[in-house]
Design a protein around this ligand. Structure first.
Ligand code: UD2
Length: 314
């Protein structure tokens, strides 16, 4: 067992994806340290068996307290709202960019055996070809994507003498625990909650925009697999200084999502159309084959299975 007995830091470990990762690491026998700015409500949800340091990744003392003795670090903490990053680009620059770069440098100094960064499909910007492969140009549309891209690039240009690290480019992640009421709620969390309560949904645009929804358990497996490879092979790992798309390869329209929910609940939802969101990307779907072939990862949860699971839990 690669993780048993290791101390593993998870920044953003009280968040949606991070909390699933923490559960998985604990079940694999790791000692987990969570660094998160979380509310007291979120703090209470962090398992007692993990050590929680409440603080920002932009605070060097908090980083030191939480992460200086870690064997591996998963870096998920970020200002996740694209809108907030646009409104406060200084905040995004200090948290999403500079603190992440500082953390990466400190991980190198302290000899961390694996650094896994939560990058984003947002770094690709408007797709120039579909499906999006890792060689797609990095042309982010906004501050959030630009700051993620800066850290992604720092990782993918690391040398063999530096910290073993990888950048995982998440597409549209969904699954249990994603808050439908937050300002950056994913469409799946909103639509499943509405389907469950019998309320209608609003589709921005014609509903034919495409996305690549990847289940959080598959995202966790991708992070674990990449981390294991780095811990085992260090900078000789094929994951080192390499970016990977983390996506399902399943392309769906929003109308497909509604139709699938309708079929599961056997109750058609009321759908209202509103104008498309400004500056939104119409089609975004990725090619997961590089991760599948390089690290033997397989996305296992189909969108229909994932939606059924969510509705069962509501
Ligand atoms: C994703 C990320 C976002 C950022 C962005 C960069 C999520 C949840 N969001 O935004 O953080 O990285 O990519 O490109 O992963 N929609 C509706 N009705 C609703 C809500 C959404 O029609 O009530 C539409 C929305 O206009 C879009 C699609 O659903 O066409 C997906 O929206 P989203 O916010 O879940 O994700 P996305 O891809 O816009």
């Amino acid at each position: 067992m690669v993780w048993s007995g290791l101390t593993v830091g998870v920044t953003g470990g009280a968040g949606f994806i991070g909390s699933h990762l923490v559960d998985r690491l604990l079940s694999e026998g790791a000692s987990v340290v969570v660094l998160d700015v979380c509310s007291s409500e979120k703090a209470a949800q962090v398992p007692d068996s993990a050590r929680l340091v409440i603080g920002s990744i932009a605070d060097p003392d908090a980083r030191r307290e939480a992460l200086s003795d870690c064997d591996a670090i998963f870096h998920l903490a970020a200002i996740a709202s694209v809108v907030l990053c646009e409104e406060d680009s200084e905040l995004s620059a200090s948290v999403n960019r500079q603190a992440s770069l500082d953390l990466l440098a400190e991980a190198g100094i302290s000899g961390v055996g694996a650094f896994v960064f939560a990058s984003s499909a947002a770094i690709y910007g408007e797709p120039q070809h579909l499906p999006i492969t890792e060689s797609h140009p990095i042309t982010p549309l906004a501050t959030y994507g630009a700051d993620k891209a800066a850290v992604d690039e720092a990782i993918t240009t690391l040398g063999l003498e530096e910290v073993p690290a990888t950048a995982l480019r998440f597409f549209n992640v969904y699954g249990p625990g994603q808050d439908p009421s937050s300002p950056y709620s994913g469409v799946v969390s909103i639509f499943t909650q509405r389907a469950s309560s019998g309320e209608g949904v609003t589709i921005f645009g014609d509903g034919l925009q495409t996305r690549d929804f990847v289940h959080v358990s598959d995202v966790v497996s991708a992070m674990m697999t990449a981390g294991e490879s780095l811990l085992t092979h260090s900078t000789a790992s094929p994951a080192h200084a390499t970016p990977f798309n983390v996506c399902s390869g399943e392309t769906v329209t929003l109308l497909d999502v509604v139709a699938t929910l309708d079929a599961i609940t056997q109750q058609p939802m009321d759908v209202t159309h509103a104008p498309a969101r400004d500056g939104e990307i119409r089609d975004s779907f990725g090619d997961p084959s590089y991760l599948i072939e390089t690290l033997d990862w397989t996305p296992e949860v189909t969108l229909e299975e994932g939606l059924r699971e969510l509705l069962d839990q509501l």
